[in-house]
Write a protein of this length. Structure first.
Length: 246
Protein backbone atom coordinates (compact mmCIF):
# COMPACT_ATOMS: atom_id res chain seq x y z
CA UNK A 1 0.00 0.00 0.00
CA UNK A 2 1.25 3.49 -0.86
CA UNK A 3 2.27 5.59 2.12
CA UNK A 4 -0.17 8.35 3.06
CA UNK A 5 1.17 11.85 2.86
CA UNK A 6 1.46 14.00 5.93
CA UNK A 7 -1.06 16.84 5.87
CA UNK A 8 -0.60 20.07 7.81
CA UNK A 9 -3.75 21.08 9.71
CA UNK A 10 -3.41 24.78 10.54
CA UNK A 11 -5.86 25.66 13.35
CA UNK A 12 -7.36 28.89 14.70
CA UNK A 13 -9.15 29.01 18.06
CA UNK A 14 -12.38 30.60 19.25
CA UNK A 15 -12.69 34.11 20.68
CA UNK A 16 -10.73 34.74 23.86
CA UNK A 17 -8.69 31.56 23.48
CA UNK A 18 -5.09 30.71 22.76
CA UNK A 19 -3.93 27.33 21.55
CA UNK A 20 -4.96 25.30 24.62
CA UNK A 21 -8.20 24.24 22.91
CA UNK A 22 -6.08 22.02 20.66
CA UNK A 23 -3.77 20.62 23.34
CA UNK A 24 -4.84 16.95 22.90
CA UNK A 25 -5.07 16.99 19.14
CA UNK A 26 -1.65 15.42 18.57
CA UNK A 27 -2.95 12.32 20.38
CA UNK A 28 -6.46 12.29 18.88
CA UNK A 29 -6.01 13.25 15.25
CA UNK A 30 -4.40 10.00 14.16
CA UNK A 31 -1.65 9.29 11.62
CA UNK A 32 -1.13 11.23 8.41
CA UNK A 33 -1.95 14.68 9.82
CA UNK A 34 -0.13 17.22 11.98
CA UNK A 35 -2.09 19.90 13.87
CA UNK A 36 -0.47 23.35 13.86
CA UNK A 37 -2.38 25.73 16.16
CA UNK A 38 -1.71 29.38 15.36
CA UNK A 39 -1.62 31.92 18.17
CA UNK A 40 -3.03 35.39 17.54
CA UNK A 41 -1.77 38.48 19.45
CA UNK A 42 -3.11 39.32 22.90
CA UNK A 43 -3.09 35.87 24.50
CA UNK A 44 -0.78 33.24 25.99
CA UNK A 45 2.80 33.83 24.86
CA UNK A 46 1.69 36.90 22.87
CA UNK A 47 -0.41 38.44 25.64
CA UNK A 48 1.68 41.64 25.73
CA UNK A 49 0.93 42.29 22.05
CA UNK A 50 -2.08 44.33 20.95
CA UNK A 51 -4.99 42.19 19.81
CA UNK A 52 -5.97 42.59 16.16
CA UNK A 53 -9.47 43.89 15.46
CA UNK A 54 -9.51 44.45 11.68
CA UNK A 55 -9.04 42.32 8.58
CA UNK A 56 -5.98 44.34 7.58
CA UNK A 57 -4.29 43.91 10.96
CA UNK A 58 -5.11 40.19 10.97
CA UNK A 59 -3.59 39.63 7.54
CA UNK A 60 -0.53 41.67 8.50
CA UNK A 61 -0.07 39.35 11.47
CA UNK A 62 -0.52 36.27 9.27
CA UNK A 63 1.75 37.59 6.51
CA UNK A 64 4.30 34.83 7.10
CA UNK A 65 1.63 32.18 6.97
CA UNK A 66 0.34 33.61 3.69
CA UNK A 67 3.70 32.97 2.10
CA UNK A 68 4.65 29.63 3.63
CA UNK A 69 1.84 27.34 2.47
CA UNK A 70 3.09 25.38 -0.55
CA UNK A 71 0.12 22.97 -0.96
CA UNK A 72 1.84 20.96 -3.65
CA UNK A 73 0.86 17.31 -4.19
CA UNK A 74 3.66 16.45 -1.74
CA UNK A 75 2.72 19.01 0.92
CA UNK A 76 -1.05 19.53 1.11
CA UNK A 77 -2.48 21.57 3.96
CA UNK A 78 -5.91 22.13 5.52
CA UNK A 79 -7.25 25.11 7.46
CA UNK A 80 -9.58 24.68 10.44
CA UNK A 81 -11.11 27.51 12.45
CA UNK A 82 -13.44 27.26 15.44
CA UNK A 83 -16.05 30.01 15.98
CA UNK A 84 -14.04 33.25 15.50
CA UNK A 85 -11.29 31.03 14.10
CA UNK A 86 -13.63 29.98 11.29
CA UNK A 87 -13.84 33.59 10.11
CA UNK A 88 -10.05 33.85 10.40
CA UNK A 89 -9.56 30.70 8.29
CA UNK A 90 -12.08 31.89 5.71
CA UNK A 91 -10.46 35.35 5.54
CA UNK A 92 -7.02 33.80 5.12
CA UNK A 93 -8.31 31.60 2.29
CA UNK A 94 -9.80 34.63 0.51
CA UNK A 95 -6.51 36.53 0.90
CA UNK A 96 -4.49 33.61 -0.46
CA UNK A 97 -6.80 33.44 -3.46
CA UNK A 98 -6.57 37.19 -4.07
CA UNK A 99 -2.76 37.00 -4.03
CA UNK A 100 -2.68 34.00 -6.36
CA UNK A 101 -0.99 31.88 -3.68
CA UNK A 102 -1.56 28.14 -3.17
CA UNK A 103 -4.90 27.45 -1.50
CA UNK A 104 -5.66 24.90 1.20
CA UNK A 105 -6.87 21.53 0.01
CA UNK A 106 -9.82 21.96 2.39
CA UNK A 107 -11.31 24.80 4.44
CA UNK A 108 -13.01 23.46 7.58
CA UNK A 109 -15.11 25.66 9.88
CA UNK A 110 -16.75 24.78 13.18
CA UNK A 111 -19.23 26.37 15.57
CA UNK A 112 -19.60 29.52 13.48
CA UNK A 113 -22.59 30.87 11.52
CA UNK A 114 -21.73 31.96 7.96
CA UNK A 115 -20.87 35.64 7.43
CA UNK A 116 -24.31 36.48 6.05
CA UNK A 117 -26.21 35.01 9.03
CA UNK A 118 -28.06 37.69 11.03
CA UNK A 119 -27.31 38.56 14.66
CA UNK A 120 -24.90 36.38 16.60
CA UNK A 121 -22.25 37.19 19.16
CA UNK A 122 -20.21 39.52 16.95
CA UNK A 123 -22.94 42.16 17.12
CA UNK A 124 -22.51 42.33 20.92
CA UNK A 125 -18.87 43.44 20.85
CA UNK A 126 -19.59 46.91 22.27
CA UNK A 127 -22.23 45.95 24.83
CA UNK A 128 -21.57 46.88 28.50
CA UNK A 129 -19.73 44.21 30.48
CA UNK A 130 -22.74 42.84 32.35
CA UNK A 131 -24.86 42.74 29.19
CA UNK A 132 -22.12 41.09 27.16
CA UNK A 133 -21.54 38.48 29.86
CA UNK A 134 -25.27 37.72 29.89
CA UNK A 135 -25.29 37.31 26.11
CA UNK A 136 -22.27 35.00 26.26
CA UNK A 137 -23.92 32.88 28.95
CA UNK A 138 -27.18 32.69 26.98
CA UNK A 139 -25.23 31.30 24.04
CA UNK A 140 -23.29 28.89 26.29
CA UNK A 141 -20.19 30.75 25.09
CA UNK A 142 -18.30 30.90 28.38
CA UNK A 143 -15.87 27.96 28.60
CA UNK A 144 -16.83 25.44 31.30
CA UNK A 145 -14.82 25.29 34.53
CA UNK A 146 -13.58 28.85 33.99
CA UNK A 147 -12.39 30.65 37.11
CA UNK A 148 -14.48 33.87 37.27
CA UNK A 149 -11.53 35.98 38.42
CA UNK A 150 -9.27 34.70 35.67
CA UNK A 151 -12.02 35.10 33.10
CA UNK A 152 -12.77 38.73 33.94
CA UNK A 153 -9.13 39.75 34.27
CA UNK A 154 -7.50 37.93 31.36
CA UNK A 155 -10.09 36.39 29.01
CA UNK A 156 -12.89 38.95 28.92
CA UNK A 157 -10.84 41.87 27.52
CA UNK A 158 -9.37 39.69 24.75
CA UNK A 159 -12.76 38.17 24.02
CA UNK A 160 -14.30 41.60 23.51
CA UNK A 161 -11.53 42.54 21.06
CA UNK A 162 -12.04 39.22 19.30
CA UNK A 163 -15.74 39.96 18.89
CA UNK A 164 -14.79 43.27 17.28
CA UNK A 165 -12.53 41.33 14.92
CA UNK A 166 -15.36 38.91 14.15
CA UNK A 167 -17.69 41.79 13.29
CA UNK A 168 -15.06 43.33 11.00
CA UNK A 169 -14.37 40.01 9.26
CA UNK A 170 -18.08 39.41 8.68
CA UNK A 171 -18.45 42.86 7.14
CA UNK A 172 -15.40 42.27 4.91
CA UNK A 173 -16.80 38.91 3.81
CA UNK A 174 -19.94 40.68 2.59
CA UNK A 175 -17.92 43.25 0.63
CA UNK A 176 -17.47 42.02 -2.99
CA UNK A 177 -13.91 43.37 -3.04
CA UNK A 178 -12.78 41.28 -0.06
CA UNK A 179 -15.38 38.53 0.33
CA UNK A 180 -17.51 36.03 -1.49
CA UNK A 181 -17.24 32.27 -2.06
CA UNK A 182 -13.84 30.55 -2.00
CA UNK A 183 -12.73 28.08 -4.69
CA UNK A 184 -11.87 25.26 -2.26
CA UNK A 185 -13.91 22.41 -0.75
CA UNK A 186 -15.57 23.45 2.51
CA UNK A 187 -16.45 21.33 5.54
CA UNK A 188 -18.80 22.85 8.15
CA UNK A 189 -18.94 21.14 11.56
CA UNK A 190 -21.60 21.81 14.17
CA UNK A 191 -22.04 20.66 17.76
CA UNK A 192 -25.23 18.75 18.48
CA UNK A 193 -26.02 21.04 21.44
CA UNK A 194 -24.37 24.27 20.24
CA UNK A 195 -26.75 27.27 20.34
CA UNK A 196 -24.21 29.51 18.57
CA UNK A 197 -23.80 27.42 15.43
CA UNK A 198 -26.52 24.76 15.10
CA UNK A 199 -26.44 22.45 12.11
CA UNK A 200 -29.25 24.22 10.25
CA UNK A 201 -27.43 27.54 10.49
CA UNK A 202 -24.08 26.11 9.43
CA UNK A 203 -25.70 24.79 6.26
CA UNK A 204 -25.49 28.42 5.14
CA UNK A 205 -21.76 27.94 4.54
CA UNK A 206 -22.77 26.04 1.39
CA UNK A 207 -23.05 29.39 -0.38
CA UNK A 208 -19.48 30.34 0.56
CA UNK A 209 -17.68 27.85 -1.66
CA UNK A 210 -17.73 27.16 -5.38
CA UNK A 211 -16.48 23.64 -4.73
CA UNK A 212 -17.85 20.68 -2.80
CA UNK A 213 -19.62 21.39 0.49
CA UNK A 214 -19.99 18.86 3.30
CA UNK A 215 -21.60 19.33 6.72
CA UNK A 216 -21.14 17.15 9.78
CA UNK A 217 -22.44 17.23 13.36
CA UNK A 218 -20.46 15.99 16.35
CA UNK A 219 -21.55 15.63 19.98
CA UNK A 220 -21.24 18.62 22.29
CA UNK A 221 -21.95 22.27 22.87
CA UNK A 222 -20.10 25.32 21.55
CA UNK A 223 -16.75 24.10 22.84
CA UNK A 224 -16.83 20.72 21.10
CA UNK A 225 -13.36 21.72 19.86
CA UNK A 226 -12.09 20.53 23.26
CA UNK A 227 -13.60 17.04 22.87
CA UNK A 228 -12.36 14.06 20.92
CA UNK A 229 -14.72 13.65 17.98
CA UNK A 230 -13.74 16.81 16.08
CA UNK A 231 -9.99 16.06 15.83
CA UNK A 232 -10.80 12.49 14.82
CA UNK A 233 -13.16 13.80 12.12
CA UNK A 234 -10.56 16.26 10.84
CA UNK A 235 -7.88 13.59 10.96
CA UNK A 236 -9.99 11.44 8.64
CA UNK A 237 -10.53 14.44 6.35
CA UNK A 238 -6.78 15.09 6.26
CA UNK A 239 -6.09 11.47 5.36
CA UNK A 240 -8.56 11.73 2.47
CA UNK A 241 -6.71 14.86 1.34
CA UNK A 242 -3.41 13.01 1.59
CA UNK A 243 -4.64 10.03 -0.44
CA UNK A 244 -6.11 12.33 -3.09
CA UNK A 245 -2.74 14.04 -3.50
CA UNK A 246 -0.77 10.86 -4.08
Amino acid sequence: MAREQGVRLVCFAHAGAGTSAFHRWNELIGPGATPEPRLLPGRDGRRRETAVTTREALLDDLAGLLEEQPNTPDTPYVLYGHSLGALVAYTLTRALHAKGLPLPALLAVGGCPPPDAPGGLASAADAPDDELLGILESFDAVPPDTDPGVFHRFVFPVLREDLRLAAHLRAAALDPSTGGPVPVPLLAVSGSEDPVGPAALLEGWRGWTTERFVSRTVPGGHFFVRDGELPRLLGRACRIVGRAGR
